[in-house]
Design a protein around this ligand. Sequence first.
Ligand code: ZN
Length: 352
Amino acid sequence: MFQLILTACLAVSSAVCAPILLPAGEAASLDACKATAARISQAWLAERPTLTGGASTCLPVSDLPSLPLQQIAPGVFVYEGSPVQMEDTGDGRIANLAVVIGERSVAVIDSGVSRAQGQEFYAAIRGLTDLPVSHLILTHMHPDHVFGASVFREAGAQILGHAALPQALELRAQTYLDNIARLYPPATVLGTETVLAETTVEDRLEIDLGRRRLTLAAAPVAHTDNDLTVFDHETGTLFAGDLLFRDLTPILDGSLSGWLQWGDVPPDPMPRLVVPGHGPVAANWAQAVTPQQAFLKALEEETRAQIRDGIPMSSAVSQIVNRLEKMAEYWNAFPESAARNATAAYKELEWE
Ligand SMILES: [Zn+2]
């Protein structure tokens, strides 16, 4: 299999360029790839006035940079992001990503933080199988999960997400993109754009990859207001997105009470493997959820204590952070996230 790679540059600064993998140019032979290369490259650039370029090449998949994937169960592969905050990396690749391969097609769960990461993920999948990528499932709106989506849309995948995802992402996308542009070198994020889910899930949705059934389930407001889980019936693997954090300090961007309630109810059927949004794959539900529940309960208790004592938010946040400090040894990036979590918790619980 050959892939079409276009060198695209910023129109405002031709020194900033990056390779763009164009799945539409995918072909079984070098000649077939070359035959459509110019037309496909020009069409892609024509839709993106902020980019320029022209030179394109066709390369075998084995020559492309690709994300390291580990097989965790038959037909299930995971990219394990580095369990730190985006600010503490050079490229933002902190989220776990996953692939499930059926007999007829492939589903991808989350897409990474940038076009570049999405491309390397796509190349890694092409290193495993030539089957079409039929579905890209976005577990929620956060930038480390959604911004590699454009490459999968161009590959023909249907983009799925929680019913509340499109509006939530549309509202925040520019802020997220600006933040990524501030954090990372321009070539790292060139070509990164927003893709909204076109198929949304209100409650549950089954998808079939050919002798392989996945159930998508929309969660109540918890980590965010648009969290979605995916369950692979074949292997009993639950993909929890950021409803589960391991090692990396959980970030509250939805509802603390809702998140605690979600964690209190064991999934049915009980998963045999649990893939969190961040951190290592867990061997069972208890291992996945117990430390996070302890963390969220402590956040809730300390916040309630401040509110009960009538402490205003301006002083309460630092008090809550101090009291949770003892948990910092179990959680990465604790200082970066503690005040944000305390603020979110206070705002939610003071109205109860
Ligand atoms: Zn998240």
